[in-house]
Ligand binder design. Structure first.
Ligand SMILES: [Zn+2]
Length: 288
């Protein structure tokens, strides 16, 4: 991915060296939670997750000092990708006479205080609508590559960020509210279908972002799209459930299968067509 030398966002905050009052006990934080919550954590469950992860008082190791050169490079990369999303979504919103209000992004390590509660790294990257912020522990990409068979290429990281920004776009456009209303009236099994639609739409939005980003910044290099697909493939619900519990049960899906995630990301990337957003909520579930 070509990003070096690009402008950096002013909406990135790096909290990796900021220690808060609540620390999570020990390492070995529930891999199960990592995979279950990937990219789509229900913010209301955060506090519960932290309890499961045995919150204790005390000091986390490795929290002091300056950021390493590698961490600074990560910061620069994330800031540049965030800026790419601001420019692309700014343009797209303007086209339809709206104003894009960019979200914030916070880099953290181990756990973070958010507008949606305290979150351990184990939940994976997520967007909190209450404070309009994307939270991300960059070590997630190591997990994704090592434990889940995803790619940690820069473009596949950009895809993950773009997916979270997609949730912000959904928030601005009212799709998140639409799904929240269903959450309150439907039993869990039925509600999961709405959750899948929302997640696939976020993948589609990530693709749309890449489409216009490529037009404007020409940032995609050979192999990049394939690497994002490798990651999308690794984090489909069918794959995740298989690696967690050895079998899959479709009514428990909340993010969509690997094939669906790849398909919607790719469609967004190829077409850049924002007039199709409603379609993802209207088409029969079996055809998604
Ligand atoms: Zn998501």
């Amino acid at each position: 991915m070509r990003w070096q030398g690009g402008e950096q966002s002013e909406n990135l905050e790096d909290r990796r060296r900021t220690a808060g009052p609540v620390m999570l006990g020990g390492g070995g934080l529930l891999v199960l939670v990592v995979v279950a919550m990937l990219f789509g954590v229900d913010p209301r469950k955060l506090n519960q997750l932290v309890n499961q992860a045995q919150v204790g008082q005390g000091n986390a190791a490795g929290q002091q000092g300056e950021l390493s050169p590698q961490e600074l490079e990560q910061q620069k990369f994330m800031g540049t990708i965030l800026r790419f999303t601001e420019v692309v979504w700014g343009d797209q919103f303007r086209k339809v006479g709206k104003q894009y209000e960019p979200p914030k992004m916070v880099l953290f390590s181990q756990r973070v205080q958010t507008g949606c509660g305290v979150a351990p790294s184990a939940v994976g990257p997520f967007y909190c609508p209450a404070d309009r912020t994307v939270y991300l522990d960059p070590t997630f990409f190591e997990e994704l590559a090592q434990k889940l068979g995803g790619s940690k290429s820069e473009f596949s990281q950009a895809y993950v960020i773009a997916h979270e920004i997609g949730h912000h776009v959904q928030n601005l456009l009212g799709y998140s509210d639409l799904v929240d209303q269903q959450r309150q009236r439907l039993p869990e099994g039925e509600f999961n279908q709405w959750s899948v639609r929302l997640e696939l739409q976020a993948d589609y939005l990530a693709g749309v972002w890449a489409h216009y980003g490529q037009e404007k910044f020409n940032f995609i290099e050979a192999g990049d799209v394939e690497s994002a697909i490798t990651s999308a493939n690794a984090i489909g619900d069918d794959r995740l459930q298989k690696s967690q519990v050895g079998f899959t049960s479709p009514e428990k899906y909340t993010h969509g299968t690997s094939k669906q995630r790849i398909s919607w990301f790719t469609r967004g990337l190829q077409t850049g067509d924002l007039s199709r957003l409603d379609e993802i909520f209207k088409m029969p579930y079996e055809r998604l």
